[in-house]
Write a protein that binds this ligand. Structure first.
Ligand code: NIG
Ligand code: FE
Length: 412
């Protein structure tokens, strides 16, 4: 079995020495580090690591005094979409709100029209280009949602494209079915019929082709109600699809508590949180996924990360990459925003972007930390000495080399 040694590492970050699949509350920012370190890769796995004199190996890779950390796990994205919405962005700059644009048929429905008109090949080509860019910026595992199809054929098309991306690229990819992203205009006066379409037609078809790992619902005023969310989550449970849901993005209405009681794997967004919401999430095993790119782009509040950490919540950090509310898939930038705008420490932000992201995809035992036996998904930074430099140099690419499955990734 081929071995590769990464040596001359200034600092090895995010070592997990207790075998934890996720980290809660104040533990988030704590992990051992090693200076003057090395990592030994065997095929696609982390075989060993240490500091001082490294062991022999078939091949060596000089880190040139860069740091090494696990690749990012982006546990919430809408990577598969058609076309772009910079026109809506420009309208918002001139004073229109996201809600006004959506009410006029823009927003999610704008993207849905484009996805419905695009072929599977076109969607795949567009998403592939985005995916290469994300991988070059350090993303080694990714969740991708449907939700811009809104017809059975187009939801299936999106999920097939996502699944194919996971097969054709050296990335770990998990998919979520988000048929309840927006009510299609044709169902404006018959909501229940759309819910039945999701439950009786889309879900069985998706299960039949094994196209989704999870189910998602956009539970928000003007989108789907708590009762509708629960109806969909229960139906999806029959197909073993766990829940990862959009809640508390713009309003706090009890959606969070409903999702927690249901036993959701993750609750995502959390920009609108009451004190009670914070405590409830802190007392629950559900992961809270924070998406600061959306707060930046829509100029809405940032999730209360500090209070959530104090309340003992398990927090993940993801991009929400999508054409409307968060058109950036750059996890390095999310780490910066988490620090600058949510006051997370660099260590907390990096843990949330790696191990806890992996946990939000039920992969905390395989990905997201430096541990023997975990997948060799590793980032080598440019020469630098400590974790704070990653968020500090915001908007820059701190990485010199991305390694996925033990192999160098070289997308320009
Ligand atoms: O996560 N909140 C719902 N969905 C996306 C935005 C969708 C869009 O504007 O296209 C989000 O922010
Ligand atoms: Fe989202």
């Amino acid at each position: 079995m081929k071995t590769t040694l990464i040596h001359n590492i200034s600092k090895l970050l995010l070592i997990e020495d207790q075998g934890r699949p996720s980290k809660k509350g104040q533990d988030l920012g704590h992990f051992p580090t090693l200076t003057n370190a090395w990592v030994l890769i065997q095929e696609d796995t982390i075989a060993d690591f240490g500091s001082g004199t490294p062991p022999p190996a078939d091949e060596t890779l000089d880190a040139h005094q860069g740091m090494v950390l696990p690749a990012y796990v982006d546990s919430h994205s809408h990577l598969v979409y058609a076309g772009t919405r910079e026109d809506e962005f420009a309208q918002r700059l001139h004073g229109k709100t996201y809600a006004q644009i959506a009410a006029a048929g823009g927003g999610i429905l704008n993207s849905a029209k484009r996805v419905q008109a695009a072929s599977e090949e076109q969607l795949f080509a567009q998403a592939s280009a985005r995916l290469k860019e994300l991988m070059a910026m350090g993303t080694g595992a990714l969740e991708v949602k449907s939700g811009y199809g809104l017809t059975t054929a187009s939801e299936l098309k999106m999920l097939r494209v996502a699944q194919k991306l996971g097969q054709e690229f050296p990335i770990t990819l998990k998919t979520s079915f988000l048929g309840a992203h927006a009510l299609p205009p044709a169902y404006a006066s018959k909501r229940e019929a759309y819910l039945q379409l999701i439950i009786q037609e889309m879900l069985p078809a998706i299960a039949e082709e094994n196209l989704a790992h999870y189910v998602d619902v956009f539970c928000e005023e003007g989108y789907f109600t708590i009762a509708e969310m629960l109806q969909i989550l229960e139906a999806a449970q029959n197909y073993q699809l766990k829940a990862k849901v959009h809640v508390n993005q713009f309003t706090s209405t009890g959606a969070l508590q409903a999702a927690l009681e249901f036993g959701a794997l993750s609750v995502d967004h959390l920009e609108a949180m009451t004190e009670q919401d914070i405590q409830d999430l802190g007392n629950s095993p559900t992961i809270g996924t924070l998406l600061p790119g959306c707060s930046l782009f829509l100029e809405i509040p940032y999730a209360p990360a500090r209070q959530l950490i104090k309340a003992n919540a398990t927090l993940a950090l993801a991009t929400d990459f999508n054409p409307g509310s968060a058109p950036s898939g750059n996890m390095n930038l999310m780490v910066s925003l988490a620090c600058i705008k949510m006051k997370m420490t660099p260590e907390e932000a990096l843990s949330a972007a790696t191990l806890n992201g992996a946990a939000a995809l039920e992969m905390g035992h395989q990905l997201g930390s430096i541990e023997k036996g975990k997948k060799a998904n590793l980032l080598i930074t440019k020469p630098m000495q400590n974790a704070s430099f990653i968020p500090y140099n915001f908007g820059h690419n701190p990485l010199a080399q991305v390694i996925l499955n033990g192999q160098k990734i070289n997308y320009a």
